[in-house]
Design a protein around this ligand. Structure first.
Ligand SMILES: C[S@@+](CC[C@H](N)C(=O)[O-])C[C@H]1O[C@@H](n2cnc3c(N)ncnc32)[C@H](O)[C@@H]1O
Length: 226
């Protein structure tokens, strides 16, 4: 169970940024963008689609499982997990605007009875509950204390946790840093050896760290409890 206390305050710049960005962000998954933006997404943001497949490959048969989707955003993973038969899905996010979208998505797909969406910053707002799997995609980019985050995730999962973590790229990393600085939102990047150490220290076994191929800049780290 998540009993660790966290002294660091949540970084509200992240919540503010995502509340503002919510509507634009949501069009990404639903193919509602212009033809040009869809081409840009396919070419440069393919990570998102690859890691979506990897997450559900890891979860396997979702029927009857409980899943926490940390930093659930507009809820694409939460809703997909529920559509695949999960018994309980908790989506947690620090941006209320994103949660509104997630609730609407769950209602549109008629899985709102299975999905609960809660406002809060992880790990400070970690629920006192265990889950079969944790999904953490596109979130670690904004987390200052990654080891504490990973430790708390490890305590609350029975089976496995799947986290995407941006790598360091000689060109794309500095560009992204500048872009986010202009938006007043912090952004973080990680080295494979640090990720492995943090997963080991947290208590995960058989951690697999894969790099998204092609244009991909993300590591996807899968920590297993057994
Ligand atoms: C890029 S979006 C990704 C959303 C979703 N996981 C996906 O892959 O589509 C990042 C989301 O993480 C949320 N977030 C960032 N840090 C968080 C934290 N420490 N606790 C909870 N939510 C967080 C943001 O508010 C935002 O909605």
């Amino acid at each position: 169970m998540a009993t660790e206390t966290h002294k660091a305050e949540p970084d509200h710049r992240v919540g503010d940024y995502f509340t503002e960005a919510a509507e634009t962000f949501d069009t990404f998954y639903d193919g509602k963008r212009s033809a040009f933006m869809r081409w840009v997404d396919r070419k440069f943001r393919s990570d998102v689609f690859v890691r979506f497949d990897w997450v559900f490959e890891e979860i396997g048969d979702a029927k009857g499982k409980s899943i926490i989707d940390i930093g659930c955003g507009s809820g694409p993973y939460s809703v997909e997990a529920a559509r695949r038969g999960a018994a309980r899905v908790l989506g947690l996010d620090m941006a209320e605007g994103m949660l509104d979208l997630a609730r609407r998505r769950a209602a549109a797909f008629k899985v709102d009875s299975v999905c609960e969406f809660t406002l809060g910053a992880f790990p400070q707002a970690a629920p006192d509950e265990e889950f079969d799997h944790a999904i953490v995609t596109g979130v670690m980019d904004y987390v200052a204390d990654a080891p504490a985050f990973i430790r708390t995730v490890c305590k609350m999962v029975r089976n496995s946790a799947i986290l995407s973590m941006p790598s360091i790229h000689w060109f794309r990393t500095p560009v992204r840093r500048v872009r986010y600085k202009l938006k007043s939102c912090p952004v973080y990047f990680f080295r494979r050896e640090d990720i492995r150490k943090w997963f080991d220290d947290a208590g995960f076994a058989n951690t697999v760290i894969k790099k998204v191929p092609g244009a991909g800049q993300d590591y996807v780290a899968i920590g297993r409890k057994k």
